[in-house]
Design a protein around this ligand. Structure first.
Ligand SMILES: C[S@@+](CC[C@H](N)C(=O)[O-])C[C@H]1O[C@@H](n2cnc3c(N)ncnc32)[C@H](O)[C@@H]1O
Length: 219
């Protein structure tokens, strides 16, 4: 059995190789539903002109570019990713859209932002993170948000049930064996433990996917 560190490296290597084809591949595979899901999640984030937003594990930078359009030239969108090729690709394609930038950053390590962002977005990334580091990532997010800030997490639903559970498990066993531990992850509990409030989940496609909105403050 491969060690946890080795499994993580294997996943990152995959993103390194796949960066230029990632969006095209998933758009074709899902008949553009991948992008549709991401757009729905951005809508739930409700980006506004002039806001400072972060796309955590920003991949190709496409979602960050949509958020950059929404916040306009007075706003700022920062993307962070651990894959050098993803960061280079996003800089090449979307760099200089507004005041934002794409950073090479392992999000499980402290990022140095405090009370800075109005909103944090992340899609299809939390399930990729090492099991023991997910809480730390939510802690860094909580710290990096302004008092009235919010976070949107778009991903598989770890608590999926019924037939949808079978579909998710088969998919993970085939393509994401390293991340099967995600199904024992109690995301809401961890968000609450970190201090997030007003947590609301929006199920998508029979509950296989989920978009979660969480706020830093109670009101
Ligand atoms: C499945 S892709 C999703 C990319 C993008 N958010 C999207 O929705 O298309 C997961 C991304 O998370 C990044 N990633 C994985 N572990 C990371 C870490 N510890 N720190 C930063 N990025 C990470 C990968 O490099 C990859 O780009």
């Amino acid at each position: 059995m491969r060690s946890a560190l080795c499994q993580v490296k294997h996943r990152i290597d995959f993103f390194e190789k796949f960066a230029p084809y990632y969006d095209i591949f998933f758009d074709l595979l899902t008949i553009k539903r991948y992008a549709g899901f991401q757009k729905k999640a951005v809508k739930i984030l409700t980006p506004e002109k002039g806001e400072k937003l972060l796309d955590l594990c920003s991949g190709t930078g496409r979602v960050a570019s949509w958020m950059a359009q929404a916040v306009g030239s007075d706003g700022e969108v920062v993307g962070m990713d651990i894959s050098k090729n993803m960061v280079e690709w996003s800089r090449k394609r979307y760099g200089g859209i507004n005041k934002g930038e794409f950073l090479f950053q392992d999000v499980t390590k402290p990022w140095g932002y405090q009370d800075y962002f109005d909103g944090i977005f992340t899609s299809f990334a939390i399930h990729e993170l090492p099991e023991k580091k997910r809480l730390a990532v939510f802690e860094h997010s909580y710290l990096a948000l302004k008092e009235k800030g919010r976070m949107v997490i778009a991903d598989f639903n770890p608590k999926v049930s019924g037939n949808s559970n079978t579909i998710s498990l088969v998919f993970f066993k085939l393509f994401e064996r390293e991340n099967l531990n995600f199904f024992s992850f109690d995301q809401n509990e961890v968000l609450k433990k970190v201090g997030f409030k007003r947590i609301k989940a929006f199920p998508v496609l029979g509950g296989i996917f989920q978009i979660t909105l969480a706020h830093r403050s109670a009101d």
